[in-house]
Design a protein around this ligand. Structure first.
Ligand code: NAD
Length: 384
């Protein structure tokens, strides 16, 4: 029994309607455990930009830092305004270095596959998303072109891809800690080390050292490191029985399309994680059912994988399941396990019945019996 202080970022496009549906469901889910929420509702995105002059006003970050837990609706990335993505900025400012995206099949969801239960653990702050870019013709780009000694054409724009030991170590640790806590059997590190020997090569090197420090079982053919991570002596034996293996990202894409049931936890750098998250969403029935959690040392922000779907704004049409499942991850994070389990069971029931679901979950997308965002939330509340 607790009162949870949570920042509620309404977002833009379809965000506010999805957030409102999710808020009602979460309040109903915790009420039976005697808990409640004290929401701090804040605005970010293209709508508030018109009055505040920025899509990310200071009070949003201040509220997240104070409450340490936030639930967020999707936010449009303004094009041609000079503002970078609010979503990327939030992850960087709050140092939410890990993105956890479960991809799980629920009975009744239309998908080519069944029995998938994969979790993508994506590094969230480094890589080509670090925002270190140099425009065509800039002094910095020209300098790098000169330094590259003929490897880069003179008419190039440049993005820098930094990986740090700290960043790689902490994301691999997140993957193993998640595996241990959730009784998972395998952690697979995914990158492209055959081509990018220093960045992706280091990703594998550190991943192997961390896996060895946890006492994981190396899959046949997976190289053993020269040493286990010297900073992690306290983790010895924690991942006994969990298998560690590796795949190159291109081969992993084919594996996921052909044999997704063979994979468990996949841990990878930022860009590959972004792409494979949508692939994972596609395996389990689409963006309407793909949740996410952004986790840092001090703060966590929960949001769906999908964007603001602006063409459906104010139509009470889009699927609230992805954001409600993100709320389920938030309940787990808040140690509201009983409420979380009840909520997942209610979502499963509504999806399996297939009656009170949005258009994207009907066999025919024009099915007139499809319900709206709010009505699907009502059905989940009724099933709790
Ligand atoms: P999108 O995910 O918003 O929508 C793509 C399509 O997927 C939609 O047209 C719709 O058909 C479907 N879809 C998405 N969410 C759905 C839902 N809940 N229910 C049913 N169908 C759904 O992707 P986009 O059009 O590429 O992006 C729109 C904006 O959102 C862009 O500005 C993008 O930068 C931003 N974005 C934000 C986030 C975030 O807030 N974390 C994530 C991705 C994209």
């Amino acid at each position: 029994m607790a009162v949870h202080n949570v920042t509620l970022i309404r977002g833009d496009g379809t965000g506010p309607e999805l957030v409102e549906a999710t808020r009602r469901v979460l309040e109903a889910a915790v009420a039976t455990s005697g808990s409640s929420f004290n929401w701090d509702v804040v605005e970010a995105g293209v709508d508030i930009m018109e009055t505040a002059g920025t899509p990310l006003p200071d009070n949003v970050l201040a509220s997240c830092r104070k409450n340490k837990v936030a639930l967020k609706g999707p936010i449009t990335t303004p094009i041609g305004t000079g503002f970078r993505s609010v979503n990327v900025a939030l992850r960087k400012e709050l140092d939410l270095y890990a993105c956890i995206r479960p991809c799980k099949t629920y009975e009744g969801v239309r998908s080519r596959y069944d029995d998938i239960d994969i979790v993508i653990v994506r590094e969230n702050t480094e890589d080509l998303y670090a925002g270190v870019e140099y425009d065509l013709g800039s002094e910095e780009a020209d300098l790098i072109i000169k330094m590259a000694g003929g490897k880069i054409r003179s008419d190039s724009a440049i993005s820098i891809k930094p990986f740090s030991v700290t960043g790689v170590r902490q994301i691999i640790k997140v993957a193993f800690e998640y595996a241990i806590e959730n009784n998972r059997k395998k952690v697979t590190a995914v990158c492209k080390a055959n081509i990018m020997k220093y960045t992706d090569g280091m990703f594998y090197k550190i991943a192997r050292e961390v896996a060895a420090a946890y006492g994981a079982t190396f899959a046949p053919g997976t190289p053993l490191p020269a040493q286990s991570d010297p900073t992690m002596a306290d983790c010895a034996g924690k991942a006994a029985g969990i298998v560690y293996d590796e795949w190159l990202v291109d081969a992993m894409c084919m594996q996921l399309v052909q044999k997704p049931e063979n994979y468990d936890i996949l841990v990878m750098p930022n860009l590959y994680g972004d792409i494979l998250s949508d692939l994972g969403a596609g395996l389990v029935g689409g963006l309407g059912v793909a949740p996410g959690a952004n986790i840092g040392a001090d703060c966590a922000l929960f949001e769906a994988t999908h964007g603001s779907a602006p063409k459906y704004k104010n139509q009470n049409k889009v699927n609230p399941t992805a954001l409600i499942l993100s709320g389920y991850l938030m309940l787990k994070y808040l140690k509201e396990d009983a409420a979380a389990d009840r909520l997942e069971a209610a979502i499963k029931k509504v999806i399996a019945e297939g009656t009170h679901v949005t258009y994207d979950m009907k066999p025919d997308r024009n099915d007139p019996t499809a319900v709206g965002t709010a009505e699907m939330a009502d059905a989940i509340i009724a099933a709790l």
